[in-house]
Design a protein. Structure first.
Length: 269
C-alpha cells in the first residue's frame, strides 16, 4: 500500500513554502524526451503525487489540460490556494486508483513521489490510463546535494550534510528507492521503450532560510520532530546559525546556490 507522510496541514504549509520546482536541467531532459516522442503538444497530462503543485505548474504551458492528483487533502488544498494557469486543476485520489478512463492520458508525470506509492499497483494504473504512444516521466532528486557560497562552499556543504545526515536517520525505508537511483522503479515500468538518467544536476536558487526550510519540509525531519520536538527544532536553529557564521553574513535571506542531482525515468508506451 502507499505510504502517507505529508498529511498534516502544518506539514503541507511548510512543504508548499519551501519545496522547489523541478530545475531547468530536469525540465529540459523531460520535455526534450516528450518532444522526441511527439508527446507534446497534447491534450491531457496528469501529475501524480503532486503535493502542493510545484511540478504540476511547469506542465501548464505544454498541455491543454493538466490535472494534479494527491492522496493528501491538505496538500491539494495548498495547491488549490496557490495561483496557477487556468488549465490546471487538482483532485484528491490515491496514485493506485486514478479516476481517468483507459488510454485517456497523453503524459503521466510524478516528481519525487513514486517511492511512496504501491509501485506495482501504480505501474498497472500507468499501463491502463496512458494512451498508446503516450509517455511517463518519473523523477526524484537524490541525497546528493551541496550548498555553495563563494570560497566557503566546501565547509558550508559540510554543515548542511551534518544536519541532513542526522535527519536521514529518521527516514522511512521507502527512501531506499531514492538511494538506489530509482533502479527498481525503472525495472517495474511496463513500457517497452524506456530509459533511466541518473546524472542530471540542477542549481536551485535558494537562501539560507530556504535551505533550512527545505530540510524542515522533509518527511524524515517531521518524524524526528514528532519523536523529539526539542532536539529537532534545536538542530535546525543551530544549523542555520552555523551556516551564517561560515558565510560571514547575518541575514538568513542571503542567497546561496543549492545543487541537487536528479534521477529521471522516462518511458513511451
Amino acid at each position: 500500500m502507499a505510504i502517507q507522510m505529508f498529511e498534516g496541514r502544518g506539514h503541507a504549509a511548510v512543504y508548499q513554502k519551501y519545496r522547489f520546482a523541478p530545475g531547468k536541467e530536469l525540465q529540459q531532459t523531460i520535455f526534450s524526451y516528450l518532444r522526441e516522442k511527439k508527446a507534446i503538444p497534447a491534450e491531457l497530462a496528469v501529475d501524480v503525487g503532486c503535493g502542493s503543485g510545484q511540478g504540476t505548474h511547469i506542465l501548464g504551458e505544454h498541455f491543454k489540460k493538466v490535472v494534479g492528483t494527491d492522496i493528501s487533502e491538505a496538500q491539494i488544498q495548498e495547491a488549490k490556494d496557490t495561483s496557477c494557469m487556468p488549465n490546471i486543476s487538482y483532485l484528491v485520489c490515491p496514485a493506485e486508483e486514478l479516476p481517468f478512463q483507459d488510454a485517456s492520458v497523453d503524459v503521466l508525470t510524478s516528481f519525487t513521489a513514486v517511492h511512496w506509492f504501491d509501485i506495482a499497483k501504480f505501474m498497472r494504473e500507468a499501463e491502463r490510463v496512458v494512451k498508446p504512444g503516450g509517455c511517463v516521466a518519473i523523477s526524484t532528486y537524490t541525497a546528493d546535494m551541496s550548498v555553495r557560497y563563494g570560497d566557503c562552499s566546501e565547509k558550508l556543504t559540510q554543515v548542511f550534510r551534518e544536519c541532513w545526515d542526522t535527519i536521514l536517520k529518521y527516514s522511512h525505508n521507502r527512501l531506499k528507492y531514492v538511494l538506489e537511483d530509482y533502479k527498481e522503479i525503472f525495472e517495474a515500468l511496463p513500457f517497452p521503450d524506456k530509459k533511466r538518467i541518473t546524472d542530471i544536476y540542477d542549481q536551485i536558487p535558494m537562501t539560507v532560510e530556504g535551505v533550512v526550510g527545505y530540510m524542515e519540509s522533509a518527511s524524515s525531519y517531521q518524524t524526528f520532530k514528532k519523536n523529539d520536538p526539542k532536539a529537532a527544532t534545536s538542530l535546525l536553529k543551530e544549523t542555520e546559525k552555523r551556516m551564517l557564521e561560515t558565510m560571514g553574513v547575518s541575514s538568513r535571506e542571503t542567497p546561496v546556490e543549492f545543487w541537487v542531482r536528479h534521477v529521471c525515468v522516462l518511458g513511451c508506451k
